[in-house]
Design a binder for this molecule. Structure first.
Ligand SMILES: Cc1cc2nc3c(=O)[nH]c(=O)nc-3n(C[C@H](O)[C@H](O)[C@H](O)COP(=O)(O)O)c2cc1C
Length: 179
């Protein structure tokens, strides 16, 4: 299976990326072909909001979102991973979610039948962040509730997640469950 992780943290060696790597490592052990896209490494601009997607052949924003969305739609499983920023997903993740409006308005089907969620916060608002991600997943994916896997917990400084053994194990479990 092809497993794609979309990461909303700009800290390449931060907690979210670390946990995603753990999940993907476990999935690979079970035979999955994995890919990680850390959004900050690409140009994914915010939605322009003209709400004219359905009448256009391609999105007016010419950036990396097009090919990232292609892979996102075609993956057998996807992981959405974000740190909590101001009580919700990071700006990178929100821009990516909004850009799904184009495939949504074109009635494009998402292949994934398993979705993973990884959320890291210093101390609060994991629930608000999960709510946002779950709303997006419910609208976009034809995925059963028992095929949505979540790892979330607390870490702040770079390296903290590594020492949160419970959280590391949760992330690894997500990787195993996805395959
Ligand atoms: C702009 C910004 C906003 C943040 N807002 C919150 C917040 O609302 N709640 C919280 O618990 N942590 C908040 N944090 C802390 C991060 O969620 C935390 O440091 C997390 O471990 C970062 O993940 P990363 O290492 O993957 O980047 C914020 C951090 C930043 C930079």
């Amino acid at each position: 299976m092809k497993l794609l992780a979309i990461v909303g943290s700009p800290r390449l060696k931060g907690n979210t990326n670390y946990l995603v790597d753990q999940a993907l490592e476990e999935a690979e052990k079970l035979g999955a072909q994995t890919e990680k896209i850390t959004l900050s490494q690409y140009k994914v601009r915010p939605c322009l909001g003209h709400d004219n997607c359905a009448s256009l052949e391609s999105c007016l924003q010419k950036d990396d979102a097009g090919w990232i969305l292609d892979r996102f739609c075609e993956a057998d499983g996807v992981i959405l991973a974000t740190p909590v920023y101001w009580y919700n997903v990071s700006a990178q993740m929100k821009a990516f979610i909004d850009r799904n409006y184009f495939p949504y308005k074109h009635d494009r089907k998402y292949r994934a039948r398993a979705v993973g969620i990884i959320v890291v916060a210093e101390m609060e608002a994991i629930e608000d962040t999960l709510h946002t991600l779950r709303q997006f997943i419910d609208w976009s994916f034809d995925v059963k509730e028992d095929r949505i896997f979540v790892a979330c917990g607390y870490a702040n400084k770079i390296g903290d997640a590594k020492n949160n053994l419970l959280l590391v194990e949760e992330a690894r479990k997500v990787g195993r469950q996805m395959t």
